[in-house]
Design a protein around this ligand. Structure first.
Ligand code: SF4
Length: 445
C-alpha cells in the first residue's frame, strides 16, 4: 500500500539542486514501502542505513497502517551524503559510514564524484568519454624470493618453468603490441636474486632505442626496494638511472593493502607501506607519473582498505603540492587508482572470493575518498567484462587495458579476455564514447 502523497512529497524535489539526493531518498522510500510487511528484524538490521526523511512517516499512519515500524532517522548521514554530492572531502570515519550505504546509493554518489572529477577533462567532454588503453603486460622473470602468500606466479630458480626473458622475446612481444595499436608495455617481474643492475639498464636502453614510440611503464615500488637492497644504492640515484635508460612511468603494483599489519600477514618479505610510498614520492619528485593500486579481499578489514586509501590521498596531496609549488618543474603524481580483488586459486592464502557486490562497493568508496585522483580504472581482469562495465557507473571512468598478455592473475585461476571491439562495445552500450588513451590519459588518435 503506497501513500501517493509521500511519493509526491519526495518527487517534488527532483528538479531542484538537491535533485539527485531526492531521487536517492525516493528509492529508499520505495524500498521501505515494499518492505513494510517484512519482519521487525529487517528494520532493526537495515533501517539505520537509509537516509530517510521522517516527514513521510505520518503519511503511512494516515494511510491506515496501525503499526509503523520504528525508523531511526539519522540526519547526519543525510548531511554526509549531501556533502559527498557537493564534492567535499570526507574522513576515514565518514568513509566507514558510507560503506554501509545501500550499494546503489553509494554507486550514485560515486558516479556524481566521477562527473565532478572529469567535468573539465577532454575540453569539457570528460563525462561523455570512457577511455581504455592498449598495452601488454610483460613479466620479464617469474623467479622471485619474496614468496607472497597471495601469489601464484612466482617460481624458484630450480623450478622447471622458471624463466628470464631474452632480448629477442622482448622484441617480439613489443612488435606484436605495436601491430595491435598498443602504446605501452607494462614491465614487471619477480625479485630475481641474481639479475644485475646492468641487466635491467640494458633491457630499458634496448627497448627505448628500438621502440621509441612505446612507453615503458615499469618496475613497481617493491621491485625498486629490491633493487635498492640488492645494488646497495639510494632510491633516488636508482630511479634517476632507470629513467635515464628509458623508464617512462611506474606501475602501482605491489601496493596490496598499505597497512603493515596486513602486509606482515600476506607478504612479510616484501616492501612495507612506507617503502612503497617512498618510491612513489621519489619518482614523482623526479617527474615520473605512476598509478596506484589496491588488492583487497583477503585478510584485511574495511578499516584497512580505508587506511590504504587515506595513505594514497595523503601522498597525492604531497605530490600535487610539490607540483604546484614548482611550476614548470614537471613533477609527477598518481594518474589513476585501480582496485582489484584477490584471486586465490593456486596460492597459499585462503580467503573467500570477493564478489561483485563488495568489489563495486569498494571501488565506489575509493572514487569518493580519493578526491585528488582524476581517474579510476575498473577491473574487468578480475571481475569479468560485465562487472567491469557496471563498474563504469560506480565511479570508474576508464576500462583499463585489453591486456594483450597477462600472466599473474591468470596463474591464480582468472582468465578473462577482451579485444578492442568488445571493449568499445561495453563502453558504447553505456552511452559513452570509447576512446583509446595513453599512460597519461591523453587521447590517442
Ligand atoms: S607478488 Fe611479486 S614479489 Fe610477491 S611473490 Fe609474486 S612475484 Fe614475488
Amino acid at each position: 500500500m503506497v501513500a501517493p502523497d509521500a511519493v509526491q512529497f519526495v518527487t517534488g524535489d527532483l528538479a531542484g539542486s538537491r535533485g539527485r539526493m531526492a531521487f536517492v531518498r525516493l528509492r529508499a522510500l520505495i524500498m521501505f514501502q515494499t518492505s513494510i510487511h517484512a519482519p521487525p528484524s529487517f528494520f532493526q538490521r537495515d533501517s539505520h542505513a537509509y537516509p530517510f526523511d521522517p516527514g513521510p512517516l505520518h503519511l503511512f499512519r494516515a494511510a491506515g497502517w496501525d503499526r509503523v515500524p520504528a525508523v531511526i532517522y539519522d540526519a547526519s548521514l543525510d548531511d554526509l551524503c549531501q556533502r559527498v554530492w557537493e564534492g567535499h572531502r570526507i574522513d576515514c570515519g565518514e568513509a566507514q559510514r558510507l560503506y554501509a550505504l545501500p550499494l546503489e546509493e553509494l554507486g550514485a554518489l560515486a558516479d556524481r564524484r566521477r562527473q565532478l572529477a572529469k567535468a573539465n577533462a577532454y575540453e569539457g567532454r570528460g563525462n561523455e568519454i570512457v577511455t581504455y588503453n592498449i598495452d601488454r603486460n610483460v613479466n620479464y622473470t617469474n623467479v622471485c624470493n619474496v614468496y607472497c602468500k597471495f601469489c601464484a606466479f612466482y617460481r624458484t630458480e630450480k623450478d622447471e618453468d622458471a624463466y628470464v626473458i631474452t632480448p629477442q622475446e622482448m622484441d617480439r612481444k613489443i612488435e606484436e603490441t605495436i601491430a595491435l595499436g598498443g602504446t605501452q608495455i607494462l614491465l614487471q617481474g619477480g625479485h630475481h636474486p641474481k639479475l644485475s643492475k646492468s641487466w635491467y639498464l640494458d633491457l630499458l636502453s634496448r627497448i627505448r632505442t628500438r621502440f621509441p614510440q612505446v612507453n615503458i611503464h615499469g618496475f613497481s615500488p617493491s621491485e625498486f626496494i629490491h633493487f635498492r637492497d640488492a645494488f646497495q644504492e639510494p632510491l633516488s640515484a636508482l630511479i634517476a638511472e632507470f629513467r635515464q635508460a628509458g623508464l617512462g612511468s611506474i606501475p602501482g603494483g605491489g601496493g596490496e593493502i598499505l597497512v603493515d599489519r596486513v602486509r606482515q600477514r600476506v607478504a612479510p618479505l616484501k616492501a612495507m607501506s612506507d617503502d612503497w610510498l617512498e618510491v612513489m614520492d621519489v619518482a614523482h619528485a623526479q617527474g615520473l607519473f605512476s598509478s596506484a593500486t589496491m588488492m583487497f579481499g583477503h585478510v584485511e578489514t574495511v578499516a584497512d582498505r580505508i587506511e590504504h586509501l587515506d595513505r594514497l590521498r595523503v601522498q597525492q596531496d604531497r605530490s600535487l603540492r610539490r607540483r604546484q609549488d614548482s611550476p614548470g618543474s614537471g613533477c609527477g603524481h598518481f594518474t589513476a587508482f585501480i582496485g582489484w580483488t584477490f584471486q586465490s586459486e593456486n596460492t597459499r592464502l585462503r580467503a573467500p572470493t570477493v564478489g561483485a557486490h563488495d568489489y563495486l562497493r569498494t571501488q565506489a568508496l575509493a572514487r569518493i575518498y580519493l578526491d585528488n585522483f582524476d581517474n579510476v580504472q575498473s577491473s574487468w581482469v578480475t571481475q569479468g567484462p560485465d562487472i567491469g562495465q557496471v563498474a563504469l557507473t560506480y565511479g570508474a571512468n576508464d576500462l583499463g587495458s585489453i591486456m594483450i598478455e597477462e600472466n599473474v592473475v591468470s596463474q591464480a585461476g582468472t582468465t578473462f579476455r577482451m579485444d578492442v571491439a568488445e571493449m568499445q562495445r561495453l563502453i558504447s552500450d553505456l552511452g559513452y564514447e570509447p576512446r583509446q588513451r595513453d599512460n597519461w590519459y591523453r587521447l590517442v588518435g
